[in-house]
Design a binder for this molecule. Structure first.
Ligand code: GLV
Ligand code: GLV
Length: 333
């Protein structure tokens, strides 16, 4: 049998790529920056499978470019860049890479939280810029304690739960908000449920772990930021548009909250003239929460596993649009 044809919008780590090449005829976009939409549409023509990243908009136009397209294997846990409904209607399987990046993202959420609270990045700049003139000073670079404070987790999924477990090691009180209550997790993790408004009022740290959906877009806006403590720190490793950046700028500038740490932005890359970058009480990173050597390789292996399961006529282990099995059976024949 001829190998199915696959388009990949970026080079992914070798461990997964190797397995994919054994079973598929692979064409890869060679640059680090995402391919323009027209290129994706053109390259998908005649392909049976697509490997996409969260930076690629995969809509009906892309799907309709190839009548043979049967599976979109996303190299990410989030898939808000893919029109799922359009995929399901066309009998196209969509898979993601959940689970493997959970602990890595939770580590980074914690790193950002500590960095913002204890002004790690600002302190580093201070030393390098030659501003450290007095050896030790009782009020130099004071920050906020993390231990024993209250952490509010918005979205108690896999990543939110992993953050909660870390917080326990810091003796933090952990409260959470989620669209559904999770009694088993409440017991297992020792966390308490709060409606969002109460969580915002009670938390010293608020960490976001919800997917981007129409309901979560701008979930944290002016109204919510004004409910938070003046000493609170907001951490976002989820998706930029969950937070209204304009409102966040005012909140940080006018002191409604103390600090923020952001790995994600409304637009990525965020422009260098984003006013948030002028503020010293903001710690930023370029969407790298899952960027550990091991995790990125394991994500590539999962993409391979999903593709190969489909190729062998099995339901891929990380199928996102489960209803699609009613529309079409897995496999390329
Ligand atoms: C990263 O942001 C992901 O969704 O995997
Ligand atoms: C990620 O794996 C999540 O569902 O939180």
């Amino acid at each position: 049998m001829e190998k199915p044809k696959l388009y990949m919008t970026r080079l992914i780590p070798e461990r997964g790529l190797k397995k994919i090449r054994e079973r598929f005829e692979v064409e890869i976009w060679p640059e680090e920056a995402p391919p323009p939409k027209e290129v994706i549409v053109e390259k998908v023509r005649g392909k049976d499978a697509l490997v996409s990243l969260l930076t690629d908009k995969i809509d009906a136009e892309v799907m309709d470019a190839s009548p043979n397209l049967r599976i979109i294997a996303q190299y990410a846990v989030g898939f808000d860049n893919i029109d799922l409904k359009a995929a399901t209607e066309r009998g196209i399987y969509v898979t993601n890479t959940p689970g493997v990046l959970t602990e890595t993202v939770a580590d980074f959420a914690f790193a950002l939280m500590l960095a913002a609270a204890r002004r790690v990045v600002e302190a580093d700049r201070y030393v390098r810029e030659g501003k450290w003139k007095v050896g030790w000073h009782p009020t130099m670079m004071l920050g906020y304690d993390v231990y024993e404070r209250t952490l509010g987790i918005v979205g108690l999924g896999r990543i939110g739960s992993a953050v909660a477990r870390r917080a326990k090691g810091f003796n933090m009180k952990v409260i959470y908000y989620d669209v559904r209550r999770r009694p088993e997790l409440e017991r297992e993790l020792g966390v308490e449920y709060r409606p969002l408004e109460e969580l915002l009022k009670d938390s010293d740290f608020v960490s976001l772990h919800v997917p981007l959906t129409p309901e979560t877009r701008h979930m944290i806006g002016e109204r919510e930021l004004r409910m938070m403590k003046k000493t609170a720190v907001l951490v976002n490793t989820a998706r930029g548009p969950v937070v209204d950046e304009k409102a966040l700028y005012r909140a940080l500038k006018e002191g409604w909250i103390a600090a923020a740490a952001l790995d994600v932005f409304e637009k990525e890359p965020t422009p260098v003239d984003n006013p948030l970058l002028e503020l010293s009480n903001v710690v930023v990173a370029p969407h790298i929460a899952s960027a550990s050597f091991e995790t990125r390789s394991r994500m590539a292996e999962m993409v391979a596993e999903n593709l190969i399961a489909f190729l062998e006529g099995r339901t891929p282990p990380n199928l996102v649009n489960k209803e699609v099995v009613e529309v079409r059976k897995p496999g390329f024949s």
